[in-house]
Design a protein around this ligand. Structure first.
Ligand code: HEC
Ligand code: HEC
Length: 347
């Protein structure tokens, strides 16, 4: 009786060994392709040391609708931290119900991007945050009005003092964006199944996700989507091989060309960071594709000249689902009550 179990035992042992070796090889391949686990801590900006006081102030400012002219729109309106850090709209809606031209990217893990925005026009989170507060189609405010609003509430004055103790006049626009940047540097989502797999947990990915990872590498997606954020590091023409239709790539938005005026930058965009991408539909800077598998098929054709099969796209989309990490628990902050000096909402 016993003897008959031995071949079976050996068989199972060999199969398991082979699977284990496959997992190890896939892990090596992913690391060699430039993919890497998400660190639990973001790099600190040299001129903006992160302190607990500054993070706390930055959180209040992130949720503060009075940073906008209407008193209605906060950063969280378009970067909803409960919904993947974006607004789940094709393109964002701001002041006066104005519809903007681009999709809102997630703020989660933005600290790891080489530069901010679809076209990389802001070098870091601090410079970035100055944009939406003043953009007519977003919060439509002015730095002076923001400072007046903050100075009108004694709680904010005290919090700025605590956060910038060596600054004689700490309530200013530069410090607003420094505090917001400090808070955003904590919006990190480590511990995704993909990270657990890279760190040695063979079973963190399903067989379908492993196939998808292998395809993501073999088909060449990692040429552009690599690094800890699986993108966000470099710029490429959207439509490198074949330009997608005008619905997905509207002709009037020429990407980096608007910044550099160089013909070679026409329709060049940052390779989108793909962390938490399963939470942030619709896709592309135009926000015209709702289905992740469809977005994968668009990428295959536009960037690689590859007709991916439905099965391949399904597997790659399953892999992309393994990039969903664990968002920090955020307690909604209490904001100070207005005073006579607080600017009134202007709708
Ligand atoms: C009306 C909606 C809206 C509001 C309000 C808004 N944003 Fe955005 N945000 C966007 C859109 C749209 C983009 C992309 C714009 C582009 O690339 O040209 C963006 C881009 C970003 C990015 C870049 C992320 C990346 O991957 O490049 C960050 C970070 C960000 N916003 C943070 C903030 C902060 C902080 C605030 C508050 C001060 C804020 N946003 C307010 C819509 C909004
Ligand atoms: C030549 C570089 C390049 C290659 C190769 C490439 N991408 Fe992209 N990818 C980009 C760029 C650039 C964008 C941003 C496009 C835009 O402006 O909307 C992007 C966007 C995306 C998005 C949308 C993300 C979002 O948040 O809207 C997904 C999903 C994606 N890529 C997946 C893939 C997959 C899967 C592959 C392989 C089949 C791939 N990409 C190959 C450069 C590339």
């Amino acid at each position: 009786m016993r003897g008959s179990f031995l071949p079976l035992f050996l068989f199972v042992f060999l199969i398991q060994g082979a699977v284990f070796a496959d997992d190890q090889a896939l892990r090596q391949k992913a690391l060699q392709a430039g993919l890497a686990p998400l660190p639990a801590v973001a790099p600190e900006a040299a001129d903006n040391p992160v302190t607990p006081q500054k993070i706390q102030l930055g959180k209040r400012l992130f949720f503060e609708p009075r940073l906008s002219k209407s008193g209605l729109i906060s950063c969280n309106t378009c970067h909803n931290l409960g919904m993947g850090g974006d607004d789940n709209l094709p393109t964002s809606v701001g002041h006066g119900w104005h519809k903007g031209p681009r999709n809102a990217p997630t703020v989660y893990n933005a600290a790891f991007n080489r530069a901010q925005f679809w076209d990389g026009r802001a070098k870091d989170l601090e410079q970035q945050a100055k944009g939406p507060i003043q953009a007519a189609a977003e919060m439509a405010n002015t730095p002076d009005q923001v400072v007046q609003m903050l100075k009108s509430m004694p709680e904010y004055v005290a919090w700025f003092r605590e956060s910038f103790p060596s600054d004689p006049d700490p309530v200013n626009f530069d410090n607003v964006v420094k505090a917001i940047g400090a808070f955003e540097s904590k919006l990190i989502t480590p511990g995704a199944p993909f990270d657990r797999f890279l760190n040695g947990a063979d079973n963190a990915l399903s067989p379908e996700q492993k196939d998808g990872l292998a395809l993501f590498i073999d088909r060449g997606c990692t040429a552009c989507h690599n690094g800890v954020n699986v993108g966000g590091q470099a710029y490429f023409p959207f439509g490198l091989i074949k330009r997608p239709g005008a619905d997905i790539l509207p002709p009037e938005d020429k990407g980096r060309f608007a910044i550099t005026q160089s013909a070679s930058d026409e329709y060049v965009f940052r390779a989108a960071p793909l962390r938490n991408v399963a939470l942030t539909a619709p896709y592309f800077h135009s926000g015209q594709v709702w289905d992740l598998k469809q977005a994968v098929l668009v990428m295959g054709a536009a960037q690689l000249g590859a007709e991916l099969s439905d099965e391949e796209a399904t597997k790659i989309a399953a892999f992309l689902g393994s990039l969903t990490g664990v968002a920090p628990e955020i307690i909604y902050p209490k904001l100070p009550v207005e005073t006579d000096e607080t600017p009134r909402p202007q709708l």
